[in-house]
Design a protein around this ligand. Structure first.
Ligand code: NAD
Length: 306
């Protein structure tokens, strides 16, 4: 038998977000079909204020995917100079509309609009982004609520890759309200030991090297390389960073993919990792919102047209 000394370890396998998001979308499609036979037609309202090009793309993709799985999608647009009162009026109308199950306000909003006021004007039971403080509190307490889409998608990627997460040490890099904090909470609920590393952490790479699972949500291209990782770690790269060069624009994550995959056992690519999961979980949340509304007795009206 030949024993290879210092053999190069096998590179990490890719965690295929496109394939796993397709599974989630199939689950949603099947559930929508069951509901439609009961004359229940889940609907998602998406509100875009202004014409930010990146937001336009995100909204278009969300509406397209919603239609593909049979969820009614309703697009609302207000001008860049719309007043806060106009935005709040529209949200009040959507809150009151029993044919609308989910409300998503595309962020960022123009600078003159108070983002927190808008988020907290959405009825928590229709808050498919899971950003309302009532949903944030419910998540921390382990109550069934609408949970932010990106962390929910990351959890599904981890379960598909590792199975049971119980007892694993997870390090989340970043502590934002939309990714880092809810991610850490979901990992804790899955019985991981969780550390959160952030911009003020002392020796972030050393803390990260203790982790079985690393979730990077920082917004710094290629910050995390092989030197941050324990051999065999599973790496989820949430970062989406646009890099411009002479050969054009490309998207990269917060993880230096080429370097990290020499040490990790599995890793999400960018693009094609976490990104597709976020939209899939937005649509799953629309279904959950519709279920929660039925559970509390909000009548689900048949829309005039589907
Ligand atoms: P954010 O700017 O709100 O938060 C970044 C966090 O990183 C902060 O908590 C900060 O403390 C931490 N940080 C900054 N520098 C650090 C350093 N050197 N070491 C350790 N921690 C550091 O960002 P966000 O909204 O959480 O987004 C993070 C990234 O995820 C961005 O690239 C964003 O585009 C991406 N994102 C992707 C999706 C998706 O669907 N894939 C969804 C949301 C966000």
């Amino acid at each position: 038998m030949t024993i290879l000394l210092n053999a190069t370890p096998a590179p990490a396998r890719d965690i295929d977000g496109k394939a796993i998001s397709a599974l989630v979308l199939d689950e949603v499609r099947e559930e929508v079909e069951v509901l439609s036979r009961q004359q229940i037609f889940p609907a998602l309202a998406v509100l875009l204020v202004g014409a930010d090009p990146a937001s336009e793309v995100y909204v278009r993709n969300k509406l397209l995917r919603a239609r593909e799985v049979g969820i009614r999608s309703l697009e609302y647009r207000l001008a860049e100079n719309a007043s806060q009162a106009e935005v709040l009026d529209l949200i009040a109308q959507l809150n009151a509309d029993i044919t609308v199950n989910g409300i998503l306000v595309q962020l960022p909003l123009p600078a003159h609009i108070d983002e927190a006021a808008v988020i907290h004007a959405i009825d928590p039971i229709k808050d498919v982004d899971g950003f309302h403080r009532e949903n944030v509190g419910g998540l921390v307490q382990g109550i069934e609520v609408l949970t932010p889409c990106t962390p929910s998608g990351c959890m599904r990627l981890l379960h598909e890759t590792c199975g049971d997460l119980s007892g694993k040490h997870a390090v989340v890099i970043g502590r934002s309200n939309i990714v880092g904090k809810p991610m850490a909470t979901l990992l804790l609920q899955a019985d991981c030991s969780v550390s959160v590393v952030h911009s003020r952490s002392v020796d972030a790479p050393a803390l990260c090297r203790l982790a079985d699972i690393v979730v990077a949500a920082v917004g710094r291209p290629g910050l995390i390389d092989a030197s941050w990782l324990k051999p065999g770690a599973v790496v989820i790269d949430v970062g989406i960073n646009r890099i411009s060069s002479e050969s054009g624009n490309r998207l990269v994550g917060d993880v230096d993919y080429a370097s990290a995959r020499t040490v990790a056992s599995a890793i999400t690519p960018v693009p094609g990792g976490v990104g597709p999961m976020t939209i899939a979980y937005l649509l799953k949340n629309t279904l959950i919102a519709s279920q929660l509304q039925r559970a509390v007795g909000i009548r689900q009206a048949e829309p005039a047209f589907v």
